[in-house]
Design a protein. Structure first.
Lengths: 136, 82
């Protein structure tokens, strides 16, 4: 996974998930997804879409975008439709992988320093701290 | 099947059949609308397994519809003027 992330960052010259998504020809939309859903990934008619709940703050938007990008990169052909609801917190294997991908991507330019806790690294990089347990 | 779909999404069967259909763009061909209905049927099966309340289901369905028409439009060989 770290290799995949390194390649993505090298190719797109940034770890910004929005810029990478655009570079990969994925449409990113903001919409009202209701109470329970933070984000979705949809493949429809050979096109890919990331939908992010418009009520989320910037840090969460960035995280959700990175998480959905994780589905696109890690789980191609597996499912045309990912709905990330409580699954962000109560996840199966694929959601855990997408969370880990998101964290690793977002902290890639500013990795952990000696003696630092994971929460501190996440805070420094604007990643929601609740996600700390998906780091490994 | 249409009746079941309509019940599931709590809309009228007419809505699914395209009468009174606000989300179908004016440029859509008959084939586009057929594809649209087929997509709705497929997505419904998927929705079944998801723990969503009716309001959320409705909102997400709106987004799925919008995504479908956007993708359809982008896939047209000739650009659509609106």
């Amino acid at each position: 996974m770290d290799n995949l992330i390194r390649q993505l960052i090298r190719k797109h010259k940034t770890n910004d998930p929005f810029v990478i998504s655009e570079g990969l020809n994925i449409n990113v939309w903001f919409a009202d997804l209701g109470k329970g859903t933070r984000g979705m990934y949809i493949r429809q008619l050979r096109r890919r879409y990331i939908i992010i709940h418009h009520d989320l703050n910037d840090h969460w938007r960035r995280f959700v975008c990175a998480h959905e990008l994780g589905h696109d990169r890690l789980h191609p052909g597996l499912n045309r439709f990912w709905l990330d609801k409580h699954t962000l917190f109560n996840p199966g294997k694929y959601e855990r992988q997408a969370n880990k991908f998101a964290i690793r991507l977002l902290i890639a330019n500013d990795p952990p320093r000696r003696g630092e806790t994971i929460s501190e690294v996440l805070r420094r990089n604007g990643v929601p701290e609740e996600m700390a347990r998906f780091y490994f | 099947m249409i009746k079941k779909l309509a019940d599931f999404f709590e809309v009228s069967p007419d809505y699914l059949l395209g009468y009174n259909q606000s989300s179908v763009p004016t440029w859509a061909t008959k084939k586009d609308v057929r594809d649209f209905r087929k997509m709705l049927e497929e997505e419904t099966i998927m929705f079944d397994g998801m723990p969503l309340d009716d309001e959320d289901k409705e909102k997400i369905l709106r987004v799925v519809e919008a995504v479908f028409w956007d993708a359809k439009k982008k896939n047209k060989r000739k650009p659509i003027e609106e």
